[in-house]
Design a protein around this ligand. Structure first.
Ligand code: X2W
Length: 287
């Protein structure tokens, strides 16, 4: 039954949709890579809301790709199995036993949870990892880190094929090697940057649990250039956990990604706010 009452909320909803038109037009056909980190995942309702935003993007003519992490979920499973784990410069030291757990947790549990959430919202999500169709071929990143991979060869055709079929690809950050039977654990941000670069994506959205890049006064900077990022990093204003994100952004832009946005995935409808409103959200890094 259609409701006939006209209150402020409904009028505002219609207005929001109407105001989104130029943004919808701007992004038609655009490739948007969304990095969904383990810390941004939250509970079931946050997962459903994220999935709904992704399905909406696809519905209005964008080509979204989800690249996920799952560090906290890997930590939980390693603890249950009694396997100790440590991080060096933000990356997990990954021996043979650890890489098996990483692959099982990311491609098994986390990937399928996201795929299921997308499908429950009426999308067609299909999960894959960097091994599928040789999407992400890696070399060892650093001998100290064991089976941590650095993407050296990307084969993104499979993603274009999935876009053409109306499918939303959901990618777990595992890579295959140049040798036989190698499996590499790739940092989720690194994987998202490499995939966005290979696709020459219009946008890479890095969903995290902080509101964006802060300046020396502690205020969020809404727009910055790669040069600003370099200066702010040299000055120590960009520091700690933000460095891997901004470095991923710079690498992705160097490969032809048109803009990278660091946003707070905990904000409701963070992706929609960024793409379809004047307001935007987080920090946009763009040449
Ligand atoms: C990460 C992969 C998962 C990830 C790990 O083992 O935790 C490396 O550190 P978040 O949730 O995005 O942090 N890989 C090499 O990146 O998860």
């Amino acid at each position: 039954m259609r409701k006939q009452t006209m209150n402020r909320d409904w009028i505002a909803t219609a207005r929001t949709l109407s105001e989104a038109l130029p943004y919808l037009q701007r992004y038609t056909g655009a490739i948007v890579v969304v990095k969904f980190g383990g810390n941004a995942m939250g509970d079931d309702s946050a997962m459903d809301e994220f999935a709904r935003d992704i399905v909406l993007m696809r519905q209005v003519g964008l080509n979204p790709v989800v690249v996920h992490g799952g560090g906290p979920m890997i930590n939980d499973m390693l603890a249950r199995l009694g396997i100790a784990s440590e991080f060096v410069r933000g990356k997990r030291v990954t021996d043979k036993a650890t890489v098996e757990v990483v692959e099982m947790v990311l491609t098994g549990l986390v990937n399928k949870r996201i795929v299921q959430a997308i499908n429950q919202q009426g999308g067609r999500g299909v999960g894959l990892s960097g091994k599928d169709a040789n999407l992400m071929v890696c070399e060892p990143d650093d001998p100290e880190l064991g089976f941590v991979g650095r993407p050296v060869q990307m084969n993104p055709q499979v993603l274009h094929d999935l876009f053409a079929a109306g499918i939303i690809p959901v990618v777990a950050p595992l890579g295959t090697g140049l040798g036989e039977n190698e499996t590499f654990n790739v940092n989720g941000d690194t994987a998202a940057g490499a995939i966005a670069g290979a696709l020459r994506a219009d946008r890479l959205l890095l969903l995290t649990d902080v509101p964006g890049v802060k300046n020396a006064a502690g205020e969020i900077v809404t727009e910055l250039t790669p040069e600003d990022v370099t200066t702010m990093t040299e000055e120590g204003v960009i520091a700690g956990g933000m460095i891997p994100k901004t470095q991923t952004a710079l690498a992705a832009i160097a490969e032809g990604v048109r803009g990278v946005v660091i946003i707070d995935g905990r904000v409701p409808n963070a992706c929609l706010l960024e793409l379809f409103t004047e307001h935007g959200s987080g920090s946009l890094i763009k040449p």
